[in-house]
Design a protein around this ligand. Sequence first.
Ligand code: ATP
Length: 559
Amino acid sequence: MEMEKLVSLCRRRGFLFQSSEIYGGLNGFWDYGPLGVELKRNLKDAWWRDMVSAHDDLDTLAGAPSPYEMVGLDCTIIMHPQVWKNSGHHDLFVDEMVDCRESKKRYRYDQVLGRWASCDGKKSQGPPKQLSGPTFDVKGAEYDKIFVTSIGEEPESEIERRAMKHFKLRAKDADKLSWDGPAVTLDKINVADFDKTLGPDATGLGTLTEPRDFNLMFPTTIGALAGEEGRAFLRPETAQGIFVNFKNVIDSTRVRVPVGIAQVGKSFRNEITPRNFTFRSREFEQMEIEFFCHPDESRKWYEYWRNRRMAWWQEMGLAGDRLILRDHHADELSHYSTGTADIEYAFPFLPEGEYGELEGIAHRGDFDLRSHMEGKLDPNSCPLTVQLGEDGKPLHRGSGKDLTYRDEVTNERFTPHVIEPSAGADRGALAILCEAYTEDTAPDDKGKEQTRLSMKFHPRIAPIKAAVFPLVKKDGMPEVAKDLYRALKKKFPAFYDEKGAVGRRYRRQDEVGTPYCITVDGQTLDDKTVTLRDRDSLEQVRIRLDDAVEEIERRVTGD
Ligand code: ATP
């Protein structure tokens, strides 16, 4: 499937719009339209129901080491700034970026792809004088070999096109171009070679600055306090709200470890290069669980959540081989993690064989609770000497609160270990949209096979569950159909349509992924039956009008 087709369908049928579109849009921000909001809400509701409200805490679920409890939370987006110092986000939540002094664009260092190119002994001019910075004191230099870059959708062919243009070659002279090694990302070449680099949007060489750290948190100001005092951040993840409330939850409820605390909510990251539709947005929603357990049991719980979460995405309709569960290699693990697995989807905008993360399941040990207690970060990630803030107080001072847990039965006191399944609602919705998009053929009103576009959403996730049509707009059919429509709408989103040929009405519903269409026809008036048409099998069966609501409900919930 080509991504452009999906993007166009999403806009045309009201799944997704660019934020502030009438003002030209805002990069990295997306609005959900009337159908999109239902789709995403269904996904979040399914997650909440399956993980939290309908969770059976009395029994040991398949694969679980023991019964466990699940509760929810809804925390604020702006939190005490100290939260982010102790979580590590203040110092470590950075991407390295480079700026282009010519195009004024900013790129993620590890996303710029480039390749060394030369052309028949031709020399390339070094950076122009006005662009030479301290690192590029190379005025008047000439090079045989240059590093041509791109961040485009198909970077390799874009690199070739740009190299041809740079050396002023015509298509027939392509063989004059020679390449030295395969394409590599910018972070793999020496910064001293930046003067020989043609930036992704630059016309001259040496326009990229040295890489610099860029913190991804959005800063904001609380009240009228200027300077550091009023400075706060929009949360870059929902997880920290759970950690800092761990003690509140334990003390105010009767839940006992092992327990999972869940939260769904907005997170914000000032991504340098938002792209691939909603995949990398600057404002997005997360569905996160922090699962607290005894350190001795944590490995087993990690295995459990890894498998449970994979099975859940499959149940949501991502059942094909585009979904994979990938264990991180030891060198990919965060310094505090002893195990992380990603659930990944082969999004159509990624190159063949590449996958994008939908959810990460991480074994976080006791890192988070400890950091909020003691303010101590891992020695590998921050200097052991105490860093002082502008107020002269230690930057990483903890809350000083005791966040350990005492087991009432064994009387043992310990700092729980945490398993974190952290999923993205927007990436989930996007994967579901990609997976659902289907082009096949179906007979039209005259029985002729026509290509058909349908969104094969799982009935639980489909924005509209059923559509009701009177075959014709007379003989009392609309009245019967409207009554049925009203009865359905009391249970879930339904749609009433009496316009145009019935085949065209089916097509419209196929395109928005409605799994069931019910038609009221002449026979309905005689024997009180209606036809129920299935979007995927195209099968049409007659059912009793009085059973229709119950039948749709049964099919949607799978009960
Ligand atoms: P990536 O490496 O793709 O930036 P990440 O590893 O930083 O993602 P986490 O911090 O583990 O992501 O966040 C958990 C989940 O939140 C991700 O699996 C993803 O579904 C979602 N998520 C993270 N960043 C974004 C974003 N910029 N846009 C949309 N969803 C996001």
